[in-house]
Design a binder for this molecule. Structure first.
Ligand code: 13P
Length: 250
């Protein structure tokens, strides 16, 4: 049985004045021990968030594929672990879009994160044009095939399916469409890593809120959620954690 994981992605939001939100989210995580909770904050907040968020794993949103070197403006796995990060997002669609990152980059970054002792949330997901063209399933299969790092296991790797057109738009796929893609992703993982696929969580991300979380989290092969906008305040994020907890108990 895979434990549900509810992970927040603050993207380029969050200042020191928002640390009380981290503390409140950490308190909710401690109050719901049957659910795993994590929060990926901007680099600048990692150390302080790890300080106020006892029991709440704090993560980054990206890292460099090399362990060190002449890479101006970049950050390594070791730098992240030194300031208290225990995980990182890799291959988010905003980085694929804005920074032109490829699945090969995501593969190299996932490997670097694992080498450096970070857990990884590896993202995939189609654009609206790709969905309209009927290519969503093939895109997700191909992204997983090209980005899954060697030795992938549920001990350190989580997949997040985030259709780009659902991110920050208030639109979500139907529950049937989510089930279909998650089943395809599970099958691809099984083809690549065999029985280890059963231990790898597959999160859904894209316009998850307290209102739709319970229905989405109940879908087959949905092992949690990666949440953007609704993770920015405890008021919006805690109901998603509680929705996962109630399913776990139900
Ligand atoms: P929203 O929850 O704001 O749609 O963002 C999803 C996301 O991109 C999380 O990584």
């Amino acid at each position: 049985m895979r434990r549900k994981l509810v992970a927040g992605n603050w993207k380029m939001h969050g200042m020191k004045g928002d640390l009380p939100q981290v503390a409140e989210i950490a308190a909710a995580a401690r109050a719901n021990p049957d659910v795993d909770v994590a929060l990926c904050v901007p680099f600048t907040l990692i150390e302080a968030a790890a300080g106020v968020g006892a029991g709440l794993p704090i993560g980054a949103q990206d890292l460099h594929e090399n362990d060190k070197g002449a890479h101006t403006g970049c950050i390594s796995a070791a730098m992240l672990t030194e300031i208290g990060a225990t995980l990182t997002i890799v291959g988010h669609s905003e980085r694929r879009g804005d920074q032109h990152e490829t699945s090969h980059d995501a593969w190299a970054k996932s490997a670097a994160a694992h080498r450096g002792g970070l857990k990884v949330i590896l993202c995939c997901g189609e654009t609206d044009a790709e969905r309209d063209a009927g290519r969503a399933e093939r895109i997700v299969q191909s992204q997983i095939e090209k980005s899954l790092p060697d030795g992938a296991s549920g001990d350190w790797l989580t997949i997040a399916y985030e259709p780009r057109w659902a991110i920050g738009t208030g639109k979500t796929p139907t529950l049937e469409d989510i089930a279909a893609i998650h089943a395809i992703a599970r099958a691809k993982l099984r083809q690549m890593v065999g029985d280890a696929a059963d231990g790898i969580r597959i999160l859904y991300g894209g316009s998850v809120t307290g209102a739709n979380a319970a229905a989405i989290l109940a879908v087959d092969n949905v092992d949690g959620a990666l949440v953007g906008g609704a993770s920015l305040t405890a008021e919006k994020f805690v109901p998603i954690i509680e929705a996962a907890a109630s399913l776990r108990q139900g």
